[in-house]
Each structure stands twice: as structure tokens, then as C-alpha cells.
Write a protein that binds this ligand. Structure first.
Ligand code: DLL
Length: 431
């Protein structure tokens, strides 16, 4: 199996650490010079980039959180002038405002190569036809995989999301060999084919590259069986780059993090202390090569552990386990990141009050559903039926535009939602 960039992917760890340190120092100089936020936080701690003389010195620097990015909305964290930025993407923030991320020309080139690495590791070659069923738009998933496919020299079928009937027709008629989407959409495709009597074994599909949301080994086995493919996992975070941070090799024993481009740490989410190798904790990533949007110690919120043991594939890069949950309250619904605070803000913006409410997340067949239960308040009760309906409709529309998914809204009796120590349990995730 081809290793896309053996020089870096198989680098002896001692050399890798030296390279990481050099790149870290260059990144720190860049952010200190160009990003007011970082200059200010470093100054407050009385640190200059030259103080960081070893990789372990990194712990002297503060974390960057989604909230820091929100406070610097939209372009405050950019380390290059906007004219150097050739692409803008975004990811969900904790409020109605998204996080804006930027890429320079070199960043796009680096991104393409990093995605090509995990695609090659998963077995994709230039002979493949790659059907990309991620949303083309501000989401990083589709463009990232698109660039990786082009870098490899395989053919891109930029199908985007939705329209399952057409997806299946294209899988059949264009003879796609690689499918790119969320694992739950892969299940939806399998369901559709089953319902329509289409035998997946008759397709040319052989590999699936799935990411963007957590999925289990059990689901992997199900997808592999039902679609008659090899299903491979890859991980990414938009604020750090998008897909291309980590991906599985044929050993399917954790996702190799491309450590020449990202420096991973595992921390205790409560204390922020760095945990010893092998511990489960929150993944923190520092970018080592990004120009437009470098991130120092970005808290991903994902709980995982790192395995530094050798991998039979020959790559020396550390492997992260499948994620084991979140350290914050972010939900991933239909592959979309959702924060309960976003929904609360919508309810408040429209009703000018904060009624007790609960998000109920369920799975119907392969698809996630979101229901928002809102306790009727006096103010709401005073409205007639038509007016109540209009308010709910407005909220539904705004949730769709802010969060990007459809929710069902339902009014419930006052004090009927389950409570713990007097406060409503904000989320019921029944998946
Ligand atoms: O989901 C980037 C991406 C797109 C990665 C396509 C892979 C494929 P965000 O929308 O910023 O970026 O969401 C990032 O999604 O913090 C994880 O919680 C979750 N996530 C992404 N990939 C995986 C995965 C993209 N393979 C958030 N396993 C992350 C588990 C994943 N969770």
C-alpha cells in the first residue's frame, strides 16, 4: 500500500520531534508577530516565543478555546492579511455566529497533501472514482476530500449531500469505487438500496472514507457488510484545518495523526494538566505549518487517547483512538455540530424569554432527529393558537438557518420536563 509522504509519515521519532520543535518556534513567532490575541496573551504571561526551547515548554502557553475564537470573530485570529487568504470556511460556534477560518495558497496545498495521505493510507489510488457526499459549502469536509482526491490523481464526483436516489444512481452508473460521507449517511444509503432491492455487491464500490462524526466498531462492521466495502475512519476539526488531521491505515488500529503538521496533547479537561501517554483525556492540537489560521493548543473537546507504539504499516506517527465522547456539551446531529446554547439563543431572540426547554436527540432508522420541547409560559399561553404556531414556525426556521438542521418544535405543559436538582435536563440523547 502506497505511503503518500514516507519521508514525513515514517520519520524516526527523534527527527520528527526536532522538526516539530522548529516548526513550533516558527509558528509561535508568526502568531506573536501577526495575531493581536496571541501577542496579548503571551505578554500577559510574560512569555516570548524564544522562551519555548523544547516541546514540553508548550505547556507554558495557554489553551485556545472556541470561545476565544468567538470573541475574535470574524477575522481577529488570522495571521495573514485578508489579501493573502484564498479561501474562507466556517464551523459552528456556540452562539448564532459561526467560527470563521481562512486558508492561504500554501495552506490549501498543504491541506490537499494531508488529505491525500489518509486517503492513500485507506487504499485510494489514482485509478479510483471518488464520490463525495459531503455538503459543498462552508463545511470543510467536501473541499478537503475533493483536494485530496485531486492530489492523488483520482477522479472526483462532487455529488454533495442529499438526494439519496441520485446518489445511488451515480454509484451504480458512474461506477464509483470510493464513497466519502458521514458514517450515518452510509447507513442511509444501505437502507435505501435494501428498500429498493439493489444488491450492494453488484456495485463497483470498494472503499468508504467516513468521518465528521463519531462511530463505533459495530457500525463499521455493519457498513462493511451491507455495502460490501472496507470502511475507514478519518478525523478532522474545522478550526484546526478540517479533514486531514488524522486517518486510519490498513491496520485499522487507530488514526495516525500527521504530527509533522499537528502537535497533539492529551489533557485532563477539568484541570488542563497534560496527561501521560495512553491516558484518556481531551485532545489538544497545535498547528505546525498553517499560515493563515494557526492555532496554539486548541481544545478540540474530543475525548480520546494516543498510542505511540509502533504500527505494522511503518508509519511512525502516533495513533488516536476512536473518540469516546465530548468534554463539552456539543452534540453532533446528522453530522452537524450543535450546541444547546445555539438553540437557547434562537428561542430567546424570538420569544424574548427563556422558557425551560429540552433537546431530544433520537435516531430514526439511520437518521438523527432533533426535537425541541418547550414548556409553555404565561406569555405564550396568552397567545391564540395561530400566534403560537407562527412563533414556533419562526423558531424552526431560525434553527434551520443558524444551526443548519431541521428540528421539530413542541410545546409541553409547564413543569413537565424532567429535572435534576430543580433544573431542566437540557439534553436527552437517546441514540
Ligand atoms: O467534521 C471535519 C471533517 C469533515 C472531518 C469530514 C472528517 C471528515 P467540524 O465540523 O469542525 O469538522 O467538526 C469537528 O467533529 O471535534 C469531532 O467531535 C467530530 N469528528 C470529526 N471527525 C470525526 C471522527 C469536521 N472521525 C468535530 N470520529 C470534531 C469522531 C469526529 N468524531
Amino acid at each position: 500500500m502506497k505511503i503518500w509522504d514516507p519521508l514525513h509519515e515514517c520519520m524516526p521519532r527523534e527527527d520528527l520531534e526536532q522538526l516539530q520543535l522548529e516548526k513550533l518556534q516558527a509558528t509561535l513567532n508568526r502568531v506573536h508577530k501577526n495575531v493581536t490575541y496571541y501577542r496579548k496573551t503571551f505578554t500577559e504571561l510574560d512569555i516570548i516565543p524564544e522562551d519555548i526551547q523544547s516541546l514540553s515548554d508548550l505547556t507554558r502557553l495557554p489553551f485556545t478555546t472556541k470561545n476565544d475564537l468567538r470573541l475574535n470573530y470574524p477575522y481577529g485570529m488570522f495571521a495573514v492579511p485578508l489579501r493573502e487568504v484564498v479561501r474562507i470556511h466556517s464551523s459552528s460556534g456556540t452562539t448564532s455566529k459561526p467560527i470563521v477560518v481562512g486558508y492561504s495558497k500554501n495552506d490549501i496545498r498543504a491541506w490537499s497533501n494531508l488529505v491525500a495521505r489518509f486517503m492513500s493510507a485507506a487504499g485510494v489510488t489514482r485509478d479510483d472514482l471518488v464520490q463525495i457526499a459531503f455538503l459543498y459549502g462552508l463545511y470543510t469536509g467536501a473541499f478537503g476530500l475533493h483536494y485530496g482526491t485531486e492530489a492523488i490523481g483520482a477522479s472526483v464526483i462532487p455529488m454533495s449531500t442529499g438526494n439519496t436516489e441520485k446518489q445511488v444512481m451515480i454509484l451504480q452508473d458512474y461506477r464509483a469505487t470510493v464513497l466519502v460521507c458521514t458514517p450515518s449517511y452510509a447507513v442511509a444509503l444501505a437502507d435505501y438500496m435494501e428498500r429498493h432491492g439493489i444488491d450492494a455487491k453488484g456495485l463497483t464500490l470498494r472503499v468508504g472514507l467516513f468521518g465528521g462524526e463519531p462511530w463505533s466498531e459495530k457500525l463499521r462492521a455493519e457498513i462493511e457488510d451491507r455495502l460490501a466495502i472496507t470502511a475507514m475512519d478519518n478525523y478532522g476539526v474545522s478550526e484546526v484545518m478540517g479533514p486531514g488531521i488524522a486517518g486510519e491505515c490498513q491496520c485499522k488500529n487507530g488514526m495516525h495523526i500527521f504530527e509533522d503538521a499537528f502537535l497533539p496533547e492529551i489533557i485532563d479537561p477539568k484541570t488542563g494538566a497534560v496527561l501521560p501517554p495512553g491516558s484518556v483525556g481531551e485532545l489538544v492540537l497545535t498547528t505546525l505549518a498553517k499560515e493563515a489560521f494557526p492555532m496554539i493548543r486548541y481544545r478540540t473537546g474530543d475525548l480520546t487517547s494516543l498510542d505511540y507504539g509502533p504500527c505494522p504499516c511503518g508509519r511512525t506517527m502516533v495513533r488516536m483512538k476512536k473518540t469516546m465522547g465530548r468534554s463539552d456539551d456539543m452534540l453532533i446531529i446528522k453530522g452537524v455540530n450543535v450546541f444547546p446554547s445555539q438553540i437557547e439563543e434562537v428561542i430567546f431572540t424570538i420569544s424574548q424569554e427563556r422558557p425551560p426547554h429540552q433537546l431530544v436527540v433520537s435516531r430514526r432508522g439511520a437518521m438523527d432527529t432533533l426535537e425541541v420541547l418547550i414548556e409553555v409560559t404565561e406569555k405564550f399561553f396568552a397567545l391564540d393558537f395561530q400566534e403560537q404556531l407562527a412563533v414556533l414556525n419562526l423558531m424552526k426556521k431560525r434553527i434551520r438557518s443558524v444551526v443548519g438542521i431541521d428540528a421539530t418544535l413542541r410545546l409541553v405543559e409547564p413543569k413537565s420536563l424532567p429535572r435534576s436538582a430543580g433544573t431542566v435536563i437540557r439534553v436527552a440523547d437517546n441514540r
